[in-house]
Write a protein that binds this ligand. Sequence first.
Ligand code: 1HN
Length: 350
Amino acid sequence: MSAVLDNDRKAQLAGLYEEMQPDHLFPLWEVLAKLVVPEPQSPAMPARWSYETIRRFLLRSGDLISAEEAERRVLILENPGLPGQSAITPRLYAGLQLILPGEIAPCHRHSQSALRFVMEGEGAYTAVDGEKAFMNRFDLILTPNGRWHDHGHPGNKPMIWLDGLDIPIVRYLDAGFSDRLDQPSFPESAPPASTQMHYGRNMRPVRSMAAADKAPDVPLFHYPYAQWSEALAAVSAHDAPDPWLGHALEFLNPADGGPVMATVSVGVRLIPAGFETGLRRSTEGAVYVVVEGAGQVEVDGTAIELAAGDIVVVPSWCAARWQARQQLVLFTYSDRGVLEKLKLYKEALA
Ligand code: 1HN
């Protein structure tokens, strides 16, 4: 409320507020300016985590609790501006998960949609509705909402991946359900990589109408590094980089050509050595993983140094500029698809 009021009216208003409080009523004019802001003022802060630091604590957790006991042995990357919210942006979650040789992370399903991005190791799998995807470094694996999923590790070295989920979105929408299966692993339903062969080559199965069953909304759940890195390298060899993004590719859901999942958009970037992007703000809140290279990102005027393995968050409407000293390859996920669907996606470029 901006008007200047005399003390008598102020006191009367204060009395009024106090009297209406038991009836759960509150005057809009006291909060309107906070509710309707001229531009986004995210409570989230730009931040960076170093992989080596997280890894050290994660391995210590591995000595103390099993994947089975923990259900998922994960350290949450908590945004310093959102304490206690299990959130890296107001709308997204990030964590690093450790699975040790011989372990199983038991089968469950939930309304939250998840991605995995492999940081280290090989030989573990994620099974989605009983189909295993064996995971290699820098592969993207999805567990779309409502699908049964378990992880197992028949290999011989610790395996660590980034989990990106839409937990805050589902919480905000009061739409969370979950179940645990009464056995640790879902019974094998298809050979490993079966869906990759059906959907991962820019093709899809065709069946006679009598035989057609309904394909899931999100059929493909494994996007191997070997494929995306080849595409990104080819694109960067031929195109001029986008002035604000560098070379940028988005992973698609082959069923509809949209973001991989309704709530999470995922992509990769390549910023050539010596390249500096323009300053860009957007309403998406985005998480970045440095896959390779070195450089910095300036966020709202503060420089954040970037080295391989670093994880960085750029909240909504923070101005970001990327600079590559050595060619930077980034993995990124955000809520852009949600904002676009809701007609709330906006960018400002300088
Ligand atoms: C989950 O299901 C996994 O399946 C990882 O690996 C992290 C964080 C919150 C809720 C569910 C997983 C999760 C999660």
